[in-house]
Design a protein around this ligand. Structure first.
Ligand SMILES: Nc1ncnc2c1ncn2[C@@H]1O[C@H](COP(=O)(O)OP(=O)(O)OP(=O)(O)O)[C@@H](O)[C@H]1O
Length: 262
């Protein structure tokens, strides 16, 4: 069975994937990118998807985002369509930072006064309240990613935070093109923004440290075809996470070498 379903608004999950397979190509030359994925993300949860290059992380996000359809299995979504943020900010160069943040609201038919106010609020949230009038080429890479985050929040949350519990933000290696210092700053900014909005986040990365720092749960995918190999719950209150980073790195190395010798 293949289906993308809509769960009731008060569901105990923002997305539930059951037995999801994804293949590309035709019967003669087919690539299986994902094999039997079962994954549930609860409202407000922060889940990191970790795996080696080519294991199907982006494919999985695209399926949740509705940008592609599963070959088999079901994907149940509650709330509205998830918002996506990519490695590149992909801002509209002719719009100001504020104009970019307001764009999803404009497309959703939100009136001008409300979207101006909401745009300002979201730019303030990502600490860019003073650059709303600048265009993307006038901003640093880190600032552009902050604008992209504010725009994704506008798309996920809409004109107010009232229904944030059903919102889902999908992030595909959003900080991997940034230098280490900017990445570190943006990771803590993202945690602050996540805590203040209450939206759920699915964050794709191949960086174990980043996954452990950000996620409440880290889900490891095998090399292609991607399957869920193991999951860890992080408990950031009791340790600095270094033991967990080491354990996940060990498992990741095993997964990669199993694949190389298969
Ligand atoms: N549209 C497509 N047509 C054919 N093959 C595809 C398509 N999209 C992805 N693939 C293949 O599916 C597999 C998974 O790709 P995907 O981009 O999801 O991996 P990934 O884990 O996100 O990789 P990376 O970390 O390098 O970005 C790869 O082998 C890729 O070549």
């Amino acid at each position: 069975m293949t289906a993308v379903l809509h769960a009731p608004a008060n569901a105990d999950h923002v997305v539930r994937m059951t037995g999801v397979h994804k293949s590309f190509g035709d019967a003669r030359r087919s690539i299986t990118a994902l094999h039997g994925i079962d994954l549930t993300v609860r409202p407000g949860e922060f889940v990191c998807l970790l795996g080696a290059s080519g294991c199907g992380k982006t494919t999985l996000l695209n399926l949740i985002a509705g940008l592609d359809k599963p070959s088999q299995g079901t994907i149940e979504l509650s709330g509205s369509r998830p918002a996506v943020m990519f490695q590149e900010a992909a801002l509209m160069p002719w719009l100001t930072a504020a104009g970019n943040v307001e764009l999803p609201l404009r497309l959703a038919g939100v009136d001008r006064a409300t979207r101006r106010e909401r745009g300002r609020e979201l730019l303030d949230l990502v600490r860019l309240g003073n650059v709303g009038g600048k265009r993307p080429h006038e901003l640093s890479g880190g600032m552009r990613q902050r604008v992209a985050l504010a725009r994704a929040l506008a798309s996920a949350l809409g004109a107010s935070d009232d229904d944030a519990s059903a919102s889902l933000l999908l992030m595909d290696e959003p900080f991997s093109a940034l230098d280490a210092i900017t990445r570190d700053v943006l990771q803590s900014e993202l945690l602050r923004v996540w805590e203040s909005t209450g939206a759920a986040v699915v964050f794709v990365t191949h960086d174990v440290r980043e996954a452990v720092r950000l996620g409440q749960r880290v889900v490891l995918l095998s090399s292609r075809p991607g399957r869920v190999v193991q999951e860890w719950t992080t408990d950031q209150s009791t340790s600095d996470g270094s033991g967990l980073v080491e354990a996940i790195n060990r498992r990741l190395r095993e997964v990669i070498s199993d694949h190389a010798s298969a």
